[in-house]
Design a protein around this ligand. Structure first.
Ligand code: PLP
Length: 360
């Protein structure tokens, strides 16, 4: 059986060892004679899996005691609406940073449920660098500051955590959670769709400071209310049990490899290899300023866009797949999340050098 080098932006690679374990356990989990996905979410067995998964995530991210971890559905996109509904009054100001496609989508939703202001944008710098701390001037009464730590489409990433004083900081970490060390206590809330750097699609992880719970706007639907999910240990209704279980296997895999600090070293090395081959040539380019280059999503262009299709075709023949850039920006994009092995990046880098030699 062959596993291809998968550079998809999401859903994407899951560690082979994790899939093998899930396969081995699929029909008969823990000798119970049934699959984990055939069990009640209220069963002792599943609750055990759910709690272990949360504990391991807490260990990986060193999540402080005064933060709740929620295992929700609806993707990061549902969070775009849930955040203002839960953390702001309809007449209250909220602050957003605009750095690319995902933060812009959050802004559209945030505007529907709060008095939203874009305090800084990367548009004026052509999305090549993020706004600096000195541009982030916040009124004292804003409910929160929202930003995306890593813009998955543009490959633009924050190299610092905004200082917001008493204003809670809310971060969309869908495409870089668990890729590098963070200090959770700097944030009021962190959220991520699972399908990039955690596990399968269908699960959304929310990490929220307890004092931010219980202030939802009256119109908030029950399933959009963090307090309800928190009080019910994310089992107010049926959670995505299989995605929860599989994410737990990914967390175990990550812990066995030394946790976030260890994977960060590998991630930085992978990204460096890729940017080095891009920077060493006039054939490939990536114009993001060095400090803000994403270590998870590496977009690049070939100097002659007519070669894009040839590149993608030849890459696929070499088992290097899903390298087409997002339709909004074109070109190529290699997403190199935790589960993308360094060998896959080595294979891509070698292919890119070969391709340049034969087409440059
Ligand atoms: C993929 C992505 C989203 C959207 O996630 P869904 O789970 O599809 O709603 C939001 N933000 C970022 C940064 C993303 O990469």
């Amino acid at each position: 059986m062959i596993r291809k080098h998968n550079f998809s932006a999401g859903p994407t690679a899951i560690p082979t060892e994790v899939l093998e374990r899930a396969q081995a356990e699929l029909l008969n989990w823990n000798k119970r004679g049934l699959s984990i996905m055939e069990m009640s979410h209220r069963s002792k067995d599943f609750i055990g899996v759910a709690q272990k998964t949360e504990r391991d995530l807490r260990t990986l991210l060193k999540i402080p005691e005064n933060y709740k971890v929620l295992f929700l559905q609806g993707g990061a996109t549902s969070q775009f609406g849930m955040i203002p509904l839960n953390l702001a009054r309809a007449d209250q100001a909220t602050a957003y940073l605009e750095t690319g496609m995902w933060s812009s989508k959050a802004i559209v939703e945030g505007r529907r449920y709060s008095q939203l202001k874009v305090v800084a944008s990367a548009a004026g710098r052509d999305y090549r660098s993020v706004p600096s701390q000195s541009e982030l001037i916040l009124a004292a009464d804003v409910a929160y500051l929202h930003y995306a730590t890593n813009e998955t489409v543009g490959g633009l990433s924050f190299d610092y955590v905004p200082q917001t004083g008493q204003v809670p900081l809310v971060a969309d970490m869908s495409s870089d959670i668990l890729s590098r060390e963070i200090d959770v206590s700097s944030f009021g809330m962190i959220y991520a769709g699972a399908q990039k750097n955690i596990g399968p699609a269908g699960l959304t992880v929310v990490i929220i400071r307890e004092d931010l719970l219980g202030k939802a706007q009256a119109m908030t639907p029950k399933m959009y209310n963090y307090k309800i999910h928190s009080d019910a240990e994310s089992m107010s209704n049926t959670p995505p049990t299989f995605a929860w279980y599989l994410s737990g296997l990914v967390f175990e895999w990550l812990l066995a490899r030394g946790g976030v600090a260890a994977i960060e070293v590998i991630n930085r090395r992978k990204a460096k290899k890729l940017y080095s081959v891009i920077d060493a040539s006039d054939f490939y380019s990536n114009n993001i300023v060095l400090a803000n280059r994403s270590i998870m999503n590496v977009p690049f262009n070939i100097h002659d866009a007519a070669l894009d299709a040839v590149f993608l075709e030849k890459a696929a023949q070499a088992d290097l797949i899903n390298l087409k850039g997002h339709k909004a920006v074109g070109g190529m994009r290699a997403s190199i999340y935790n589960a993308v092995a360094e060998e896959s990046v080595d294979a891509l880098v070698e292919f890119m050098a070969d391709f340049e030699r034969s087409h440059g």
